[in-house]
Design a protein around this ligand. Structure first.
Ligand SMILES: [Fe+2]
Length: 227
């Protein structure tokens, strides 16, 4: 089972505050049955950090987690690098944005604005895909079920052929997701899941939602299936 969205890397965003938290998250995810975890720290273009700086921070944060895990002898899932890229107007013009794809793939995890739908959004997703040759993964679409209308979500999801939808397991904690899932299936795009874990205080909520997903026998696709 793959966790496609997680903020376990230490001191790079609002996720794990230190390497001890990172290891706690790794242990927890291993116990939950995840064999692979995508480390997807936030990349927020307007903050001004360069892609080079970000990827260097990410590499060094991963190194610190792997070193500590090895020294303490604990079992952790395989960690892969990625990023959660905030969709902002014009980001398609950022050079080498594809360096942030989920490791070993052309999949780019994109986080839509929380400020509500804006007409430039579908165009920008389309441009990101066209300019960089990437396949967008729309991060935690469940968070927009109340913010965007059905027509607006449809415009986003169909803005590019082959888009992938990512849902957080939290979607099993609030409302019966069956109708929403059926609506997403109508678009024919693959659905993948993630914990979006930031810190150990979220473990009990994530456990509960994972149990619910398992009891509903929700298919767990992995982008690394067959590798
Ligand atoms: Fe996230």
């Amino acid at each position: 089972m793959t966790d496609h969205h997680c903020h376990l890397l230490p001191q790079i965003d609002d996720g794990a505050s230190d390497v001890n938290d990172s290891l706690e998250i790794c242990k927890f995810l291993h116990e939950c049955g995840f064999d692979t975890v995508l480390c997807t720290p936030h990349y927020i273009p307007h903050i001004g950090i360069s892609l080079n700086e970000f990827t260097e921070q990410r590499r060094s944060a991963l190194r610190s987690v792997l070193t500590e895990a090895r020294q303490s002898g604990i079992m952790i899932p395989t960690l892969r690098l990625g990023a959660e890229v905030r969709l902002e107007q014009g980001i398609s013009q950022i050079s080498r944005l594809d360096a942030l794809c989920l490791e070993g793939t052309n999949l780019l995890l994109l986080e839509l604005p929380y400020t509500g739908f804006q007409p430039w959004i579908p165009d920008e997703i389309h441009n990101v895909a066209a300019v960089h040759g990437v396949r967008p993964v729309l991060a935690h679409i469940n968070r927009y079920w109340k913010k965007y209308s059905d027509a607006q979500l449809e415009a986003v999801i169909t803005s590019v052929e082959g888009a992938v939808v990512q849902l957080n397991y939290e979607c099993f904690g609030f409302i019966p997701p069956a109708i929403r899932l059926r609506r997403l299936e109508r678009y024919g795009c693959p659905i993948i899941y993630g914990t979006d874990l930031h810190m150990p205080s979220e473990f009990s909520r994530v456990s509960k939602n994972l149990r619910r997903a398992k009891s509903l026998k929700i298919p767990q696709l992995s982008i690394y299936r067959g590798r």
